[in-house]
Write a protein that binds this ligand. Structure first.
Ligand code: ADP
Length: 253
């Protein structure tokens, strides 16, 4: 792992949908270990930016570097294997599978070449022991070991959130992107979810889209404000709170 380069860097990133420019020459730099939030009004281009970073959408122009390597042309799954994780809320979890099966499947999805059928012919026990150990370690980490054999569908609300985070963690990400993980939650559920993210994802760099400004101000190391597809401002919570452009464009004066 290189430490002299930023973890993530976008260079002059552009995304157009027909004539419409959703991402407009975005230069974003995320340092290792950062908790970065992306805010901005509806339609500012937050989700589009995430989709470009994960590879869900191809770029129109510009480049994306991860760990110093150009990943602009890589598939979404190749980016996951490089260490870019993304929480898709509930769609990451298979309701009909058990909690344990969900975690195990997520580990296998990125470790495909580590656990090939051919290799398991030669060293079956080692490989499967290792896979099992990693699965149990994640179940412990997210506090779901006691419900590991239960079907994901049957979990209580908070435990489902835990499993979603576990599924992301299972892909062993360096960077995790969360698109409004607390959307639709009560104040209490929001608090619990954020506390959980912070407790579980201690080794990860986090990139969060969040509409709750109070929460963003409290949690973030730095904040990027998007407006009309462009970066309007960037800085610490205190800098953003004091920024007149931000107040005018986003916080309503
Ligand atoms: P945000 O997440 O900040 O609310 P989005 O990234 O979802 O903003 O959207 C930015 C703009 O791009 C919006 O005006 C939206 O209508 C437009 N947009 C997003 N996805 C598409 C698409 N697939 N086709 C056409 N326009 C899109």
């Amino acid at each position: 792992q290189r430490t002299d380069t930023p973890l993530l860097q976008t260079e002059n990133l552009v995304k157009r949908f027909g004539q419409f420019t959703a991402t407009d020459r975005v230069d974003l730099t995320i340092e290792r270990g950062e908790f970065r939030s992306v805010i901005g009004p509806n339609g500012a281009g937050k989700t589009t930016l995430f989709n470009l970073i994960t590879g869900a959408l191809p770029v129109t122009a510009g480049a994306i570097y991860f760990d110093g390597a150009d990943i602009t042309a890589l598939s979404p799954s190749a980016r996951v294997r490089r260490g870019i994780g993304r929480s898709f809320q509930i769609s990451n979890v298979f309701g009909g599978l058990t909690v344990r099966e969900n975690v195990r499947l997520a580990i296998q999805s990125v470790a495909r070449d580590e656990y090939t059928a051919v290799e398991s012919l030669f060293k079956p026990t080692d490989r499967y022991d290792e896979l099992n150990d990693r699965t149990e370690a994640i179940l412990d980490r997210i506090g779901l070991a006691h419900v590991a054999a239960e079907q994901a569908n049957a979990l209580a609300y908070g435990d489902k959130r835990r499993l979603e985070i576990g599924v992301v963690l299972a892909t062993d990400p360096e960077l995790v992107l969360f698109d409004e993980p607390t959307a639709g939650m009560s104040v209490e559920e929001t608090r619990e979810t954020i506390d959980l993210l912070e407790a579980v994802l201690v080794d990860q760099t986090l990139l969060l889209i969040e509409h709750d400004i109070e929460l963003v101000m409290e949690l973030s190391d730095r904040i990027t404000v998007l407006n009309g597809g462009q970066i309007l401002a960037e800085g610490t919570p205190a800098e953003i709170a004091a920024n007149q452009d931000v107040q005018n464009a986003y916080l309503g004066g």
